[in-house]
Design a protein around this ligand. Structure first.
Ligand SMILES: NC(=O)c1ccc[n+]([C@@H]2O[C@H](COP(=O)([O-])OP(=O)(O)OC[C@H]3O[C@@H](n4cnc5c(N)ncnc54)[C@H](O)[C@@H]3O)[C@@H](O)[C@H]2O)c1
Length: 447
């Protein structure tokens, strides 16, 4: 149990929601056997003992299981939201009340509160950070580069109260970081390319046991779930336009097709477009797809993928959503200028009037699966967060050897996570015979 001081150190919606959050977190834990094994080992070995860890992640029941695992490893954890709409308020309450973890996250928080929560995580003075979208690392780098104008006002106001030595110490104190998602990894690789990265980062998203499963099966299923919960749409017979055929797009396209949709894929990469075509989807430019789609979902990690020119071409009643990391994939600023609205018509659905037609924007263009549904199922986050826990351990073990670059977890750890997951699923596989080992290592044998 925690003290009152620890409660007041957090900023959450309502501490009395903790019992429901605990039940929900325990439910998720049942499907997270790999993380559970790691937690047992972390409790014995305490690899993160004495470390202060700031995490900016979606505050969900799966993340709660990760936070408790990191705490079991000895870390003093502070957690803020990585999206204003993805927090499960009961889970946040559970972490604060039952584990004494500092949490700064409220579902529906405004822009200023989002960044004030990020500031609170930085004020934890972490020596290890964990990001989903690179917001913590990016703020630390704006401080390091003295680009205070690029900080959100709540972070900037706080930084201005720190002495130059204190600012330096804040950044220099971070021995390394880990990053969860594609968009964050892209930002971090850009920092490394520009030679400004101040510490090593482990790109958890680059592990096969992350993007192959979380991005594909997790985003695929939970985006469909978010679409259904927000709209109660009959997917069968609808035309669903999927922008982006990367890991997330492939997953969502497959699930939408499975539910009976006619799927159209839009892409800018000829290889991905060809793959979508051969997977049996119709492939078309957005300008063409816009005219026939009933539902549009972006999963690209890119900006302004659906623009006003596309929206003008859409049918009356078209629905627009995003499942990419940031709410930049739909040009909502352009829509707000060109259209009348929004009228809030039901939870997570806003109606806009454009040229006399109704367009429905879901979840304000933020990650549909986390805003309107519960994010990825725990079973898939089991692997993503096993990667996160191992990445945190690796940063602590190897901080001195790792260069200031973006690294991936060693392949052996990736394979080990897959092996443990298969074991937990009761799935056995074959092993190479000595003859097969020799054959695969030799070049002499031919026809
Ligand atoms: N919603 C979630 O829970 C969740 C989970 C994982 C990742 N993500 C986010 O989803 C986004 C996609 O991730 P990913 O792992 O699939 O990335 P990816 O790189 O595998 O795929 C992105 C695809 O989008 C395509 N693309 C880029 N610009 C485009 C455009 N203008 N039009 C059409 N296609 C375009 C790219 O060619 C690529 O094939 C990222 O922002 C990532 O952070 C979200």
């Amino acid at each position: 149990m925690t003290s009152t001081a620890q409660h007041t150190a957090s900023d959450i919606k309502d501490l009395s929601l903790a019992p429901e959050g605990r039940r929900r977190t325990e439910w998720a834990e049942r499907s997270m056997p790999v993380l559970r094994l790691l937690r047992e080992r972390f409790s014995r070995e305490r690899p993160l003992a004495g470390r202060r860890l700031a995490a900016c992640l979606h505050v969900t029941s799966e993340t709660a299981n990760l936070a408790v695992t990191l705490q079991a490893g000895g870390a003093d954890v502070a957690l803020c939201a990585s999206n204003p709409l993805s927090t499960q308020d009961d889970v946040a309450a559970h972490l604060v009340k039952d584990h004494g973890i500092k949490v700064f996250a409220i579902k529906g928080e405004d822009h200023a509160t989002y960044y004030d929560h990020l500031r609170a995580a930085l004020a934890h003075r972490p020596d290890l950070t964990m990001d989903d979208g690179a917001d913590l690392v990016s703020a630390l780098h704006m401080i390091a580069l003295n680009r205070l104008d690029d900080l959100a006002p709540p972070v900037r106001a706080w930084v201005e109260t720190l002495s130059p030595a204190d600012r330096k110490a804040l950044v220099a104190g971070v021995i390394g970081s880990t990053e969860e998602t594609t968009t964050g990894v892209i930002r971090l690789k850009a920092m490394a390319r520009d030679g400004v990265l101040q510490f090593p980062v482990i790109a958890v998203n680059d592990s096969d046991t992350k993007h192959l499963f979380d991005n594909r099966y997790g985003t695929g299923q939970s985006t469909l779930d978010g679409l259904l919960r927000a709209t109660n749409l009959l997917v069968a017979g609808s035309t669903v336009v999927v922008a982006g055929y990367g890991w997330c797009g492939r997953g969502f396209a497959a699930r939408a097709r499975g539910a009976g949709a006619n799927v159209i894929v839009t892409e800018i990469d000829p290889l991905k477009a060809l793959e979508a075509q051969m997977d049996g989807y119709r492939v078309a430019p957005m300008a063409e797809a816009a005219r026939v789609g009933d539902v549009f979902v972006t999963l690209t990690g890119n900006v302004a993928v659906i623009r006003v020119e596309h929206m003008r071409a859409m049918k009356d009643g078209a629905m627009l959503a995003n499942a990419g990391h940031f709410n930049v994939e739909l040009d909502l600023a352009g829509l707000a200028q060109a259209a009348q609205g929004p009228t809030h018509v039901r939870a997570f659905v806003d109606e806009w009037r454009l040229d006399g037609k109704r367009l429905f924007v879901l979840a304000e263009g933020r990650l549909l699966n986390l805003a309107a549904a519960e994010g990825h199922p725990a079973s898939v986050m089991d692997m993503s967060f096993a990667n996160q826990a191992l990445a945190a351990e690796l940063v602590v073990q190897r901080a001195r050897q790792l260069t200031k670059d973006v690294h991936r977890l060693p392949r052996e750890l990736d394979a080990e996570i897959a092996r443990l997951k298969l074991g937990a699923m009761g799935v056995a596989i074959d092993t190479l015979t000595p003859e097969q080992l020799r054959y695969l290592a030799s070049w002499e044998m031919g026809t």
